[in-house]
Design a protein around this ligand. Structure first.
Ligand code: ATP
Ligand code: MG
Length: 437
């Protein structure tokens, strides 16, 4: 019998190699296939790391063990004990000649989806059975890459002397005006779910200097696209004594280092996803918003200075700009009140978006750091400075010039994995039609 202590002594499938030959091991995982072949039963068992072939030989194991192996339902959770042998199976170096199997939990068929991926299912069905679907190496590869990206981003932040912070997600004030906020009842008062950490991260620069936060944000947008969710994860930075060029460089470094780390640590996952990821050329191309408008006009699109770049415009731009590129110097009217405006032209802001293909990955800029100017900007966009008194007060405590950006993690992972729908890279996506599971 396998007891709890023994489960702890298990090895992972991917760890098993020739050096284990002759040794007794224990593996724990899920049965992917059962193939009885006369006096032999072949089981393939998958754990989070990979797959291992297990062989039961009639006569080598007690009769009831042999029977258990023969009748085990696919996808049941099992613990196998046996000796490691050289394998004749294609693509495998070793296998386990089993002497024991314990079925910890039987999978009840029919299962909602086939986690081996041999029978394909719609995105909706797969998302409804997400926990099971993650046994599919294709799906788990996406989330291993996401994990590697997160680790890599954190490392780049630490290398650049950023401090990781956590700011509130339940907020009492609409940080950027009221649009697109989810509201909730907070002990009889109206509260909102944060749509970004913008005001908090700016405030923190006046003491912690350089801060970053990786967190979930909420937008009550009714849009239904392949790149928007109502709950998404953003990597945010804000740096004191910095201008937009400084943080653009940090963004470029973050993107390139993440790609390099994914190439180094996720070779197998990229192969499973058939993703031909490449280190991009640096420095990233830059064009001004005005240049983008000119280019679009020249291509025959009806567009004027001051118009936002909608999906159609971005798709057209991406025909000539395939890799990463920055669009800088957006019209002040298209950017939020906290973005600094150009000294010599009030119509243009010290802003940038990082693009890849037609996807906006990040937005950022130099921020207004002067209180009076910020009040004026609030009035310009129709907001009441009184509603921002808590924020404005910190600007009288020695606010440094500062700059920052927000990078959509989910969209960045779409790029890293080559997924075309944001729902593929989020474990339990939230959109207008999906609140459970
Ligand atoms: P978009 O124009 O694509 O709707 P945005 O300009 O409203 O994005 P920002 O407020 O600039 O978004 O947020 C910074 C980044 O966060 C974006 O560049 C994007 O990568 C990500 N992001 C914003 N909204 C969403 C969303 N609804 N779902 C997923 N990611 C988002
Ligand atoms: Mg933006």
């Amino acid at each position: 019998m396998v007891d709890d202590e023994n489960i702890k002594k298990r090895v992972f499938a991917s760890e098993l190699n020739e050096s284990f030959i002759g040794k007794k091991v224990r593996v724990a995982g899920w049965v992917e296939d059962v193939r009885p072949l006369g006096s032999l039963i072949f089981l393939t068992v998958r754990d989070v790391s990979g797959i291992i072939q297990v062989v039961f030989i009639k006569g080598n194991t007690p009769q009831d063990t042999f029977l258990t192996a023969k009748l085990v339902a696919r996808q049941s959770a099992v613990v196998i004990h046996g000796a490691v042998k050289e394998s004749k199976a294609k693509g495998a170096k070793v296998e386990i000649q089993a002497d024991d199997i314990q079925v910890l939990s039987k999978a009840q068929h029919p299962l909602p989806i086939d986690p081996t991926g041999r029978v394909s299912s719609s995105l909706d069905l797969r998302l409804d059975a997400r926990a099971l679907e993650l046994r599919n190496p294709y799906t788990s590869a996406i989330f291993k890459i996401r994990h590697t990206a997160l680790q890599s981003i954190r490392k780049t932040m630490l290398d650049n002397k950023f401090i990781e912070v956590n700011t509130p997600k339940i907020i009492g004030q609409a940080a950027e005006g009221g649009a697109n906020l989810f509201s909730l009842d907070y002990f009889g008062k109206k509260a909102f779910l944060a749509q970004s950490p913008q005001l908090y991260k700016e405030q923190l620069t006046l003491s912690l200097d350089r801060v970053f936060e990786i967190s979930t944000y909420f937008r009550a947008e009714k849009s239904h696209t392949r790149r928007h969710l109502n709950e998404f994860v953003s990597v945010d930075i804000e740096a004191a004594f910095s201008y937009k060029e400084d943080v653009m460089n940090i963004l470029e470094e973050t993107v390139v280092k993440t790609i390099k780390d994914v190439l180094k640590d996720c070779e197998n996952e990229l192969r499973i996803l058939n993703r031909n990821l490449k280190v991009p050329k640096t420095p990233f191309d830059r064009m001004t918003y005005s240049q983008a408008i000119e280019e679009l006009k020249a291509s025959g699109l009806k567009i004027e200075f001051g118009d936002d770049l909608d999906t159609r415009a971005l798709k057209r731009l991406s025909k000539r700009h395939r890799d990463f590129y920055f669009i800088v110097d957006w019209p002040t009217s298209l950017k939020p009140f906290y973005i600094e405006i150009k000294k010599d032209n009030e119509e243009i802001s010290e802003s940038f978006d990082l693009m890849h293909d037609y996807l906006e990955l990040a937005s950022g800029g130099t921020r207004v750091s002067d209180r009076e100017k910020l009040e004026k900007r609030l009035l310009d966009v129709g907001l009441d400075p009184k509603d921002f008194s808590e924020h404005l007060k910190v600007f009288t405590w020695g606010m440094p010039v500062h700059a920052g950006w927000g990078l959509g993690l989910d969209r960045f992972v779409m790029f890293l994995t080559g997924m075309k729908n944001i729902r593929e890279v989020v474990l339990y996506p939230r959109d207008r039609f999906r609140l459970i599971p």
